[in-house]
Design a protein around this ligand. Structure first.
Ligand SMILES: *Cc1c(COP(=O)(O)O)cnc(C)c1O
Length: 338
């Protein structure tokens, strides 16, 4: 199966499973699981922050962050394509009773000027602007990378106006491996950071929320209320430690393979254009006379699995379980599809 639906489809490797089998365990609700404690300390240190919290998913880490940063009725500023708004089931309203101010950015990336203009004045008619959230890389934007200078400018606007700044870094390492920027610099820019272990890093489960001690203490309470307190989950944390040690550098390979898919799609007679691809997400816009369902079905007949990504668009994601041989095969199928 040539499975490009998402980078979440990877299976843990033998070496990762061995790390999981050998993990010392305890009850994490009592903060007694040595492997989870090790992973949380490792993640906090990587970003130069005080603490971290291991959670079941990136949706959970984002939603906990929003809940801790805001009070009901407050407003979250984010891009209209952001996962926290578009793909988390209305959780901002449902879990935290917060309002949203959507920005119309460039493939999910907005500017400090846009944030400045989106902050509500101190007027009893308006919600209180409380949190800005950015997503790097931006999924719905086609896996694009942010300019770190712009992020720093946004951080300054947040600081001057008393807003918190959160990063949905589900695919942060895909960005950092391309730019060469450090995790510490990301830690300096944002108040809180969410990273996913179960995307490009290849773990079966897990995300981390990273921030200062007080914030993570409060987050631990919210995680429990959301039903996310886990017990001997150190086996999952062991996969996370393994992934951070072994699967970050190799993301470059996913990007190279992504570029091959993008080039192949650009030559495909049925493709109008390919969104600017910088990482492992490739989004193709189909020609007007080509049906999305027909393309997806024909690909599936050849055992190539991609995903619809809005009207007239399909998405391919490269990952740990896609190798060069599979890319060559996929390119041939793309070229001769229609
Ligand atoms: C996948 C993803 C998440 C988290 O998704 P889960 O499936 O809940 O782990 C968050 N943000 C972005 C940008 C994502 O792509």
């Amino acid at each position: 199966m040539l499975d490009y639906r998402s980078d979440t489809v990877t299976r843990p490797t033998k070496a990762m499973k061995e790390a999981m089998m050998n993990a010392p365990l305890g009850d994490d609700v009592f903060e007694d699981d040595p492997t989870i404690n090790r992973l949380e300390a490792k993640a906090a240190e990587m970003f130069g922050k005080e603490a971290a919290l291991f959670c079941a998913s990136g949706t959970m880490t984002n939603q906990i962050a929003i809940n801790v940063h805001t009070n009901p009725g407050d407003e979250v500023i984010c891009d209209k394509l952001s996962h926290i708004y578009y793909y988390e089931g209305g959780g901002i309203a449902r879990n935290s009773g917060a309002s949203v101010m959507l920005l119309d950015g460039d493939h999910g990336r907005f500017t400090a000027e846009m944030v400045k203009n989106a902050i509500n004045p101190d007027d009893i008619h308006r919600p209180i602007s409380r949190l800005v959230s950015a997503e790097n890389t931006c999924n719905k934007g086609g896996g694009v990378i942010w300019d770190s200078e712009e992020l720093e400018k946004i951080a300054l606007v947040c600081k001057r106006n008393g807003l918190s700044f959160h990063l949905d870094g589900a695919r942060l390492f895909n960005a950092l491996i391309e730019t060469g920027e450090s995790t510490e610099s990301v830690g300096n820019t944002f108040d809180t950071i969410s990273i996913c272990l179960s995307k490009g890093l290849g773990c079966p489960v897990g995300s981390l929320l990273i921030g200062d001690r007080q914030f993570i203490k409060h987050s631990r309470r919210v995680r429990k209320v959301f039903g996310g307190g886990m017990r001997q989950a150190g086996m999952l944390a062991a996969a996370g430690i393994y992934a951070l040690d072994h699967n970050v550098e190799r993301l470059k390979e996913d990007h190279e393979r992504g570029r091959e898919i993008a080039e192949s799609l650009e030559e495909g007679s049925w493709v109008r254009s390919v969104m600017p691809s910088q990482t492992n997400i490739i989004v193709a816009e189909l020609n007007d006379n080509v049906s999305q369902n027909v393309v997806l079905d024909k690909l599936k007949e050849k055992d190539v699995h991609a995903m619809g990504f809005g009207p007239g668009r399909i998405r391919f994601v490269t990952h740990l379980d896609i190798n060069d041989e599979m890319i060559q095969k996929t390119k041939q199928i793309i070229q001769t599809l229609l």
